[in-house]
Design a protein around this ligand. Structure first.
Ligand code: NG6
Ligand code: CA
Length: 521
């Protein structure tokens, strides 16, 4: 039924495109590819900061493949994830709704699926428009309904929320289970050695970081000191599943190959790939060929690895002649962090590199480095090369891609997502008037260059951010910054401009209490 519907949707799209096409007998015959909506790939880095690419000012960090996308496409200076941490950013990207509406917070590795099957996702929408859809890489949005049996079919998961194919790192690299999940099954599992995980107590007989620190490749904080896998202790305990254990140093090859084969298999119909890198999230264990690619240690080398993966996938598009009909978005789920639980040299070897560029804060933070991230849109022949200062948010990809593919959205779905297609394709220089963002303990609103950080009742909520050497932005009073003059958020204007503070507080409250999409999409 669903397939029949999809086929019908594809035919309608093709008919609509054909109907709009001017009839010109002398024109060369249009190829099948040109008749269809573009393929869409979202490359989504993990913890990549605003200053972490050559095209965003980094030196000593060779990222030629992503820099090429930036040079040939639109490079945004004011592009944002919806939040300063992974789970709510990904939630917003896939649902078009802010994470706080569903209490999206950093999840343990055994959490249930946060996006419930009845939620309409970007993958559902593209699927209805005739796309073949895949998610490859880091998930971290929960799986299953509660107590997951990793030895049986693991569901609901991506396949129940609109994806046709999934190949996942189930949560994060630093959380168990450290095994790939392909569609509903853990890959390479031996039924005689069942896999289970516990986030409460030790299970199984693998050594742990807290008992056997001498076995570790990197010293870790207490949270990252449970089961040791591949010489690195993780968050949570894992028992069994030996044959399914991943090798972190193989991620680059494994995920890249999965994406390339999905592209090959899907080349005759429109496809959508949400390609979620693990790099440069902790634990940073780049493959041997990237070790030493920078003088910054594993964090820098992991960024080079991420860049290589991007280049490989783009090369496959080009080899198949699909590049002219593929929209590529490149971005990150949140800003940078150096020590996020492991002593891997990220702090000591940083040198002069500024992962956040000129911005204040970092991952988790209310300051701009929390969620302002490298953002690039590339579509050869369709997007003109250039730099855009438009304010763009990943929450808008849903409605913008709906507009691109001709989908009509009901007002009760993707309620925070606006059609900003013009900004995303580089023709609208302004983008959003209001930009709402979450950080690990609170909310932020920008009205153009004016930035309001809502006060916290309990600023201690953000204490752990400071423990990572990052300025959290937590305060029990409101903050107001004028980014046009003060990109580093050093002068709090809240006292001098009480009307601005109260107006922005009201605007923010209106967003929080919204239940439907209002206005035009
Ligand atoms: C935190 C982890 C951190 C990282 C983060 C998620 C601790 C002390 N820290 O809880 O290492 O895994 O969660 O990162 O446990 S994110 O990019 O997926 O949001
Ligand atoms: Ca992240």
């Amino acid at each position: 039924m669903r397939h029949a519907f999809r086929l019908a949707a594809t035919l309608i799209t093709l008919a609509a495109i054909a109907a709009c096409a001017p009839v010109d007998q002398s024109a060369p015959r249009v190829t099948a590819q040109a008749d269809r909506p573009p393929n869409i790939i979202i490359f989504y880095a993990d913890d990549l900061g605003y200053g972490d690419l050559g095209s965003y000012g980094a030196e000593g960090l060779p990222t030629p493949n992503v820099d090429r996308l930036a040079r040939e496409g639109v490079r945004f200076t004011d592009g944002h994830a919806a939040a300063a941490t992974c789970t709510p950013s990904r939630y917003a990207l896939l649902t078009g709704e802010y994470g706080f509406r569903s209490k999206a917070e950093i999840l343990p590795g055994d959490a249930p699926l946060l996006i419930r099957p009845d939620k309409y996702t970007i993958a559902d929408m593209l699927s209805e428009r005739g796309y073949r859809t895949a998610v490859i890489g880091k998930w971290h949005l929960g799986l299953g309904d509660g107590a997951v049996d990793w030895n049986a079919e693991v569901k609901p998961g991506p396949l129940e929320i609109g994806f046709d194919y999934s190949f996942l790192l189930p949560a994060t690299g630093d959380r168990v289970p450290t095994a790939y999940l392909e569609n509903h099954r853990i890959v390479g599992l031996d039924p005689a050695d069942p896999l289970s995980v516990s986030y409460k107590e030790k299970i199984g007989d693998r050594p742990t970081g807290y008992e056997n620190p001498e076995l570790l490749r990197y010293k870790a904080d207490r949270q990252h000191s449970d089961t040791i896998i591949n010489g690195v202790s993780r968050i949570g305990h894992m028992k069994g599943g030996k044959s399914a254990e991943w090798v972190d140093e193989e991620f680059h090859q494994v995920f890249t190959e999965k994406a390339k084969s999905f592209i090959r298999e899907s080349k005759d119909q429109p496809f959508f790939i949400y390609f979620a890198f693990h790099d440069p999230h902790v634990p940073r264990l780049p493959a041997k060929r990237f070790q030493g690619a920078t003088t910054m240690g594993p964090r820098g080398d992991a960024i080079v690895q991420m860049d290589w993966m991007t280049g490989q996938i783009i090369a496959e598009l080009e080899r198949l002649g699909l590049d002219q009909n593929t929209l590529v978005i490149f971005s990150s789920d949140n800003g940078p962090v150096l020590n996020d639980g492991y002593e891997d040299g990220a702090v000591e070897l940083l040198g002069n590199h500024k992962p956040a560029g000129p911005l204040r804060g970092g991952k988790y933070s209310a300051f701009e480095a929390g969620a302002r991230v490298p953002t690039i849109a590339w579509w050869p022949g369709r997007i003109a090369p250039g730099t855009s200062n438009a304010v763009v948010s990943q929450v808008d990809l849903f409605a913008s891609l709906a507009s691109l593919t001709g989908a009509k959205l009901r007002p009760d779905v993707a309620i925070d997502s606006r059609n900003q297609l013009g900004a995303w394709l580089g023709s609208d220089p302004m983008g959003r008037d209001l930009l709402f963002k979450e950080w690990v303990a609170g909310l932020v609103l920008r009205e153009r260059d004016l930035k309001f950080i809502a006060p916290l009742r309990n600023p201690d909520q953000a204490a752990f951010v400071a423990g990572k050497g990052i300025e959290s932005g937590a305060s029990n009073t409101a903050q107001l910054y004028d980014l046009s003059r003060d990109i580093g958020e050093t002068r709090n204007l809240a006292r001098d401009r009480p009307e601005d503070v109260s107006r922005m507080r009201a605007l923010l409250n209106a967003i929080v209490s919204r239940t439907r999409f209002e206005g035009e999409r």
